[in-house]
Design a protein around this ligand. Sequence first.
Ligand code: HEC
Ligand code: HEC
Length: 263
Amino acid sequence: MGGLGLSTRFRFPRMARILIAGALILALVGAWVSVRPRLPAAERGRRLAERTGCFGCHGPSGTRGAANPGRSDGSVPGFQGDVMMYAKNPREIREWIRDGVTAARAGSRTWREQRERGALKMPAFGRRLGPSAIDDLVAFVQVMSGAPEPADSVARHGIARAEALGCTGCHGPGGRLARPNPGAFKGYVPSWDGADFAELVRDRAEFGEWVDHGVSRRLGRNAVARWFLHRAVLQMPAYADHLEAGDLDALWSYVQWLRGLDH
Ligand code: HEC
Ligand code: HEC
């Protein structure tokens, strides 16, 4: 064959080729870093709870414990509401999961009798699950029980409005879960306290755009982002016509409080 041989065709100097390859790899790694899922601990805990059998006794998502014949309370506690009767803080929730009982309760005869009488008994998961898995479960149980609560009344109003407007269906109680969302960029609905939030919402103005129009102006202008947004099963609705005066301030105040928590 005639034509130009490799040796006479223009070639990048060796050093330039190495630099270009390096830049490409960096770009790919960079892209991977920002698209890789970063689930909040509570969502990791929710998925783990599903796989670990917790919902068999504590009901769907831990919302409604199964009947527990033999015991005077009549049913397994759910994580919503009941939890504070049994566990006062994250340390006690951890003890329940790890040891099947809290240190404070283990010595009580009444408790032991109740436990023996009940058809269902809380297993001790300490031998099955490591400390970080148990921490994720604790985060999940806390989210389901609505703990902790903001002291500020505007922020508390924000939680109530999130519930009343239906935000919590997709974003989870308190906006703290990241449910699967087939077709979405990262495959889940972003939570309000996770790492994704800061990329999607830069300030109060962008927050308002998301809630009013279902997308921020910045993302709405991006063709790739638009493609993913329209392809997802769950899409962020536009709430402009459904908000009451003060809703955006209350929701924003709640989200600011949430993001200031030590996770
Ligand atoms: C076989 C049934 C069963 C399974 C499975 C089970 N639990 Fe329990 N759980 C109970 C019962 C019963 C109690 C009440 C304990 C008592 O009073 O002795 C309880 C109590 C608790 C409590 C303290 C009360 C409350 O609501 O906060 C937590 C927390 C808890 N379970 C979390 C979990 C988690 C997390 C899992 C899965 C890793 C799990 N449980 C799996 C039966 C179960
Ligand atoms: C039908 C499900 C659904 C409901 C209901 C919903 N959202 Fe969303 N929301 C989404 C999805 C999906 C996204 C992410 C869009 C994407 O994939 O980039 C999102 C994104 C957001 C964002 C961007 C940042 C982030 O990390 O979450 C905010 C803020 C937000 N929603 C607030 C709300 C508020 C406030 C409400 C209630 C008034 C609400 N959402 C109700 C599905 C929902």
